[in-house]
Design a protein. Structure first.
Length: 275
């Protein structure tokens, strides 16, 4: 197995307290050769975290410590594992400038990165963190006027995330492109959205970006599928989009979890941001 390229740490407020080194040791134990730490980058300063626990990302004042700890591990374990340090960066419509400022500041320290949509703005301007909980997802659907407009907003934002200019250090991998389906066993998806999904894959291809093949959804009780599901992975593969595996672990024990489901795909290493 190549590696796990979507991994969180103790710096994330909604994860576990497992230290970065515990993830490293687990990766080595599992026989991985590569590991990308992609902690949730701090949210833009002027943005209020809409998640009920206000715990969606890492604290701004912990960024330096995170990078330093990662770099120390990179050195310490360099003969056993190639460790990449990076961020999972939120794409939030309307906050592009602040997001780019963060990337311009920390991009030079980054080896790898993921761009994800978790935050959506309802017609009444309130924001929702769509993957926080089933209840919160239900509240979002109400506020958007139903599941169809909620899904539509998700794919619109996802498309904007691929198209938007976030400067030189914009992450080149698009995160869990069907996260909106996290609770689909409770809230059945209102339509296939195939056209939107395929269009996004085509844009990813055109931009030369990569796809996060994210096994976390398999273990979510109301999802039980990879982000994105098999048909879309196959479509991406046909387009020649690099498929980059990630467990989206928030605990060391989750490293490489579910990767046996990816055995039939031809997975790749991410391009390094500062190559
Ligand atoms: Zn997380
Ligand atoms: Zn995410």
């Amino acid at each position: 197995m190549l590696g796990d390229f979507h991994v969180h740490t103790q710096y994330c407020q909604h994860g576990t307290d497992d230290k970065m080194e515990a993830y490293v040791l687990q990766a080595i134990e599992k026989g991985l050769t590569h590991l990308s730490f992609t902690e949730h980058a701090p949210l833009p300063e002027s943005f209020t975290d809409p998640a009920p626990n206000r715990d969606s990302a890492m604290d701004r004042n912990k960024v330096e410590a995170y990078v330093l700890e990662g770099k120390a591990l990179q050195k310490q374990y360099k003969n056993d594992l190639q460790i990449n340090i990076g961020f999972e960066v939120d794409y939030i419509k309307g906050y592009e400038q602040e997001t780019q400022t963060f990337l311009d500041t920390y991009g030079p320290e980054m080896d790898d990165g993921i761009l994800s949509v978790h935050m959506l703005q309802a017609p009444d301007k309130s924001f929702f963190c769509i993957d926080f909980s089933e209840e919160e997802f239900g509240r979002a659907a109400d506020r958007f006027g139903g599941l169809t407009p909620l899904y539509k907003a998700y794919y619109d934002n996802l498309q904007a995330s691929v198209e938007t200019d976030l400067g030189h250090f914009k992450p080149r991998r698009i995160g869990h492109i069907t996260l909106i389906q996290k609770f689909h066993l409770a809230y059945p998806k209102p339509a296939a959205f195939l056209e939107e999904q395929q269009h996004i894959l085509e844009l990813i291809k055109r931009k030369g970006y990569e796809l996060d093949i994210n096994t976390a959804g398999l273990f979510k009780p109301l999802c039980k599928e990879i982000y994105p599901p098999a048909e879309l992975i196959e479509h991406a593969a046909q387009l020649g989009i690099p498929l980059i595996p990630g467990s989206d672990s928030h605990a060391a024990v989750g490293i490489g979890k579910g990767f046996e489901e990816l055995a039939n795909y031809s997975l790749q290493l991410p391009q390094r941001i500062n190559a």
